[in-house]
Design a protein around this ligand. Sequence first.
Ligand SMILES: Nc1ncnc2c1ncn2[C@@H]1O[C@H](COP(=O)(O)OP(=O)(O)OP(=O)(O)O)[C@@H](O)[C@H]1O
Ligand SMILES: [Mg+2]
Length: 241
Amino acid sequence: MTSAEADAPAVLRTEAITKVYRTGAVAVQALRGVSLALAEGDLVVLLGASGSGKSTLLNILGGLDRPTEGQVWFREQNLTTLSDSELTLYRRAHVGFVFQFYNLVPSLTARENVALVTEIATAPMRPEEALDRVGLGARLNHFPAELSGGEQQRVAIARAIAKRPGLLLCDEPTGALDSATGITVLEALVEVNRDLGAATVLITHNAAIQAIADRVITMADGRIAGDSRNAVPLRPAQVSW
Ligand SMILES: Nc1ncnc2c1ncn2[C@@H]1O[C@H](COP(=O)(O)OP(=O)(O)OP(=O)(O)O)[C@@H](O)[C@H]1O
Ligand SMILES: [Mg+2]
């Protein structure tokens, strides 16, 4: 364990989680025993081949799904024992999600899309502040169709961070973007990770992106196959792909 890991408390811990998906007679073992502690504020890049269990793990960390076996703790709270409605409250209070496709409401402006979340959060930032943090302070009243793909993804990031989540979970956030646009989206993610201190997990197929991480976790066949730290993470603009 490095000194950074020893110093920072874990925001999230899993112990020996497994996940089996059953469809009729077919069982798919997506996770085969994952034990992991995420430090507060860490930026983690999660790599691994298609089907290795990355999204399954992320969905369990975020309370979108439950493990078949094993335990998950957010700070002192054991998520595995929560009812469905308690798990929804956990997500609403503590987890920001960013997916490959932005899932914005087309009939609402950027500000209104972010306000959907801030209206039900406990101590949110104003939608204007969240959009300002991702460089869209001048596009508050624009509809998704009036924004580029990268700008729409930054609205989705503003929506995810406006509740000041302890955890920011991103599944292929640059998967639909060209590399220059992807860099602007990663810059926005890194900045909110550093400024707000949300532990951030970023799934990507693009191995070059691992250079921006504090910690790089690689999955293979439902298990953690690699786990290392970058002494000096690069800025997204320093990464080329
Ligand atoms: N809802 C589901 N029902 C049945 N099997 C599933 C389901 N979701 C995922 N799987 C299976 O679980 C395994 C892990 O899937 P997962 O989506 O976690 O992989 P991944 O690493 O995110 O892959 P990718 O890089 O392609 O997104 C795969 O074999 C997949 O087919
Ligand atoms: Mg996936």
